[in-house]
Design a protein around this ligand. Structure first.
Ligand code: FO1
Length: 454
């Protein structure tokens, strides 16, 4: 009988539990604490079998650059250190998971494999391939969402308005403390520590997008969470729309690489005195983030225009032939060579820091819609730039943000305009009403980008 956690778990294949080590195939949730997949694997191993944590390092991953691999690998180095300290083994396999994991499962004679829920296409493909090839259970655990994505809704939700009540109703049950992982007495299979020098030197990724000065890893993520809660949470509701206030959590890279559990952040935030900041952050952290996973899980073509709602596709088609005041290429946008000083400043902030303020991301993406040859081209450019420079690129949150901005996903129709039709419009004037645009431009002006790109 296979024990599968009935609330957060899902059996991905039909196979019998066998005697042998339990593998936790770490992928989305790259941390030791607060990790439901790791905890479930630990429970299956009990005091009878070794628990082996495996990470499959893909040689290329959806356009990821050195900025992303450097951050991720330095975080994984800490994962290995922390696991070995508790008596567990960590093995890094080089190669895409569906290529290298089945062989490893056979080699160690594993009795079961546990992995992380991830709605992204590449992960779903890896899991389907591996589930078919191994003869032991492949169990998926949702370590990313407070209310597991498969539990909260069986269909694509219309928007925050429809998923919010479903999540709030289940939060009391699911927003629970994590048990500690604890140590193990079971002797491992004797895998040597990872040769990280060799891992870094064998990387063949685009190095022109260099790492940003953000401390990687689980400990740094917790420090960043504590700092956000103590210094910025109380004013989060009003500061989150002011790019000069640096009021955002800046935790998205830690969530994306799984170095911090959104549930941990939610537990610590709701423990604070309630107020607009707590409300606003829980809305972003739980409702918006879980809505993104829901969208990607139930929308296979989550990164293409035809996943947009009917009304949006119709209005964009009606205005596809409208005259564009400007029509820039991918390179023009990437090099921040547009006529708009504000738009160029947004692009520079993203290129240099790996982050762009949430409010500016919407403005930035909507201007690409306005100044591209077509909505299809605009969406392609938004996703390509976002995934190349943002620390939290290649994430369900990012795809939904792009489709919200360009094609009204989870939004509604507004007053008609050229090119946009009834897609919500944003411009410099709207920004000037919200914050000091000149200060933002001064801080992120192109001259600093030239220094960066030269
Ligand atoms: N996940 C893996 O399991 N193996 C990888 O080699 C890998 C590389 C990678 C590079 C950049 C990046 O942004 C994400 C990467 N991921 C990798 C995915 C990671 O698990 C992401 O956090 C989730 O896919 C987000 O849904």
């Amino acid at each position: 009988m296979i024990k599968v956690d009935r609330r957060r778990g899902c059996l991905l294949n039909q196979a019998e539990f066998a005697d042998g080590p339990v593998i936790y195939w770490m992928s989305r949730e790259q941390r030791v604490r607060d990790n439901w997949g790791l905890l479930h694997a630990r429970e299956l191993a009990g005091d009878k079998y070794p628990l082996i944590v495996v990470f499959c390092l893909a040689p290329a991953f959806v356009g990821a650059t050195m900025r992303h691999y450097d951050f991720m690998l330095r975080g994984l180095q800490q994962v290995e250190r922390d696991l070995r300290f508790l008596g567990y083994e960590f093995v890094l396999l080089s190669g895409a998971a569906d290529k290298v994991l089945p062989e490893f499962v056979r080699e160690v004679g594993a009795g079961a494999v546990v992995t992380d829920f991830d709605p992204l296409r590449i992960k779903q493909q890896w899991q389907a391939g591996i589930g078919q090839e191994i003869e032991v259970p492949l169990i998926e655990m949702d370590g990313h969402n407070v209310v597991p994505a498969r539990f909260v809704s069986g269909k694509r939700e219309y928007g925050a308005r429809t998923i919010r009540p479903k999540i709030h109703r289940l939060m009391p049950e699911f927003l629970e403390e994590f048990p500690a992982l604890g140590t193990t007495q079971v002797k491992g299979a004797g895998f040597p520590a990872t040769d990280w020098e060799q891992v870094f030197s064998s990387l063949r990724v685009d190095e022109t997008v260099s790492p940003v000065d953000l401390a990687p890893g689980e400990a740094a993520a917790h420090t960043a969470l504590d700092e956000f809660i103590s210094k910025r949470l109380v004013k989060y509701a009003e500061d989150r729309n002011d790019p000069n206030a640096e009021g955002t959590s800046r935790l998205s890279a830690y969530y994306h690489f799984g170095q911090l559990a959104p549930q941990r952040a939610a537990l610590n935030v709701v423990a604070c005195p309630s107020g607009p900041g707590v409300e606003a952050y829980i809305e972003e952290l739980v409702i918006r983030r879980e809505l993104s996973d829901n969208f990607c899980l139930h929308t296979p073509n989550y990164d293409s225009l035809d996943s947009a709602p009917e009304w949006a596709l119709k209005t964009l088609a009606e205005h596809a032939a409208d005259l564009r005041d400007y029509a820039y290429s991918y390179e023009d946008f990437e090099q921040a060579r547009t006529h708009s000083a504000l738009w160029n400043a947004c692009q520079n902030q993203m290129v240099q820091s790996g982050f762009m303020h949430g409010y500016m991301r919407m403005y930035w993406a909507k201007k690409i819609l306005e100044w591209s040859a077509s909505p299809e081209e605009a969406l392609r450019i938004v996703i390509a730039l976002n995934d190349r420079f943002e620390m939290d690129g290649r994430d369900p949150n990012g795809y939904v943000g792009a489709l919200w901005s360009v094609a009204g996903v989870h939004d509604r129709g507004w007053k008609k305009r050229p090119v946009f039709g009834s897609i919500r419009y944003m411009n410099d004037r709207g920004c000037r009403r919200k914050f000091d645009v000149d200060a933002y431009i001064a801080k992120w002006s192109p001259r600093s980008l030239m220094r960066y790109m030269s």
